[in-house]
Design a protein around this ligand. Structure first.
Ligand SMILES: Cc1cc2nc3c(=O)[nH]c(=O)nc-3n(C[C@H](O)[C@H](O)[C@H](O)COP(=O)(O)OP(=O)(O)OC[C@H]3O[C@@H](n4cnc5c(N)ncnc54)[C@H](O)[C@@H]3O)c2cc1C
Length: 237
C-alpha cells in the first residue's frame, strides 16, 4: 500500500540548543500516527529546488496534540541542516510522507520501561510519555544524554512530566558538563547500570545516533541480559 503524502505548513523554527532547532508543523487533515513513529520530509537542495531527497524525523508531539513537533539537529553541510537554517520559515509549506516506523510501545505489555535517548533521540519519548503516563502504573525511567548544558533542550517539559507522575523518573546525563552542573556526568552507557540493577522485567528502548545505538544494543544483549524481544532500537542513520 502506498504511504500517504501530505502538504503541511511550518509554524515555528527556533534554535533551542547549540545545534538543535525546534520545528513545529501543522498536523495535516487526515494524518494519524502512533507515538514513536517518524515521517519523511521532502528536502530540496539549496542550489536547486528541483533536486529533492527525503530526510527522516521523529515526531516529538503526542498524537493527541494539534501540531507536529520536531527536534532537528544540524550536521554541518548536510542537506536538511541547510534547509532548516537557510530556508525553512513559518508560513512555508513542505511535503511529508508517513507515518513510518515500529519504535512504538506495546500497549499490552506490563513490563517496566527503560527509555534511553541521546540528543534529538529523546523525541519519540516526548511523544510517548504523555500518552502512557495517565494510565500505566509500572515504573518508567528515561535516561536522556547530551554533551553539555548548551546542548540540552526540553529539560523543563520533561521535568514537569516527572513531577506530575509518581512512576516516571527522568535522569539527565551530560558527558561534558560545565563546572557548575550538579546532575549526572558521563555517557548514558555508564549511567544505565547505576539506575537499573535487574533487566528481567524491563522493555528497553534506545534512540539516537547510530554509534550510540549500535554500542548500546550490543551491551544490552550481551551484558545487561535484555532479551531480543524486549529491546527496541531506533538509530538516526
Ligand atoms: C528513523 C529516523 C529518525 C530520525 N529522526 C531524527 C530526529 O528526530 N531529529 C534529528 O535531528 N535527526 C533525525 N534523524 C536523522 C535525520 O534524518 C538526518 O539524517 C539528519 O538530520 C542529517 O541530515 P542532513 O540532510 O542535514 O545531512 P546529510 O545531507 O544526510 O549529510 C550528513 C553529513 O554527511 C556529510 N555529507 C553529505 N554528503 C557528503 C558527501 N558526498 N561527502 C562527504 N560528506 C558528505 C554532510 O556534510 C553532513 O555532515 C532520523 C533518522 C532516522 C533514520
Amino acid at each position: 500500500m502506498p504511504v500517504p503524502s501530505f502538504i503541511t505548513t511550518c509554524k515555528k523554527n527556533e534554535r533551542i540548543a547549540n545545534d538543535i532547532y525546534e520545528i513545529v508543523f501543522e498536523k495535516p487533515e487526515g494524518f494519524t500516527f502512533k507515538a514513536g513513529q517518524y515521517i519523511l520530509f521532502d528536502v530540496p537542495l539549496m542550489e536547486n529546488a528541483n533536486d529533492i531527497q527525503t530526510r527522516a524525523f521523529s515526531i516529538a508531539s503526542s498524537p493527541k496534540e494539534d501540531d507536529l513537533l520536531f527536534a532537528m539537529k544540524l550536521k554541518p553541510g548536510g542537506r536538511a541542516s541547510r534547509w532548516i537554517v537557510e530556508q525553512l520559515k513559518p508560513g512555508m509549506s513542505a511535503r511529508m510522507q508517513g507515518p513510518f516506523g515500529r519504535f512504538v510501545l506495546d500497549p499490552a505489555s506490563d513490563k517496566e520501561l527503560l527509555m534511553i535517548g541521546t540528543s534529538t533521540g529523546v523525541a519519540p519519548y516526548r511523544s510517548q510519555l504523555p500518552m502512557i503516563l495517565p494510565t500505566i502504573k509500572q515504573r518508567i525511567d528515561l535516561i536522556f544524554g547530551a554533551r553539555s548544558e548548551d546542548d540540552l533542550f526540553w529539560k523543563e517539559p520533561l521535568e514537569n512530566l516527572a513531577k506530575q507522575s509518581e512512576n516516571f523518573f527522568l535522569h539527565i546525563a551530560l558527558s561534558k558538563p560545565s563546572g557548575t552542573w550538579k546532575g549526572h556526568t558521563g555517557r548514558v552507557q555508564t549511567l544505565v547500570p547505576l539506575i537499573v540493577k535487574d533487566f528481567s522485567n524491563k522493555s528497553v528502548y534506545i534512540c539516537g545516533s547510530p554509534d550510540m545505538t549500535t554500542e548500546l544494543k550490543k551491551t544490552a544483549l550481551e551484558q545487561w541480559g535484555v532479551e531480543k524481544q524486549n529491546l527496541h532500537v531506533e538509530g538516526y542513520i
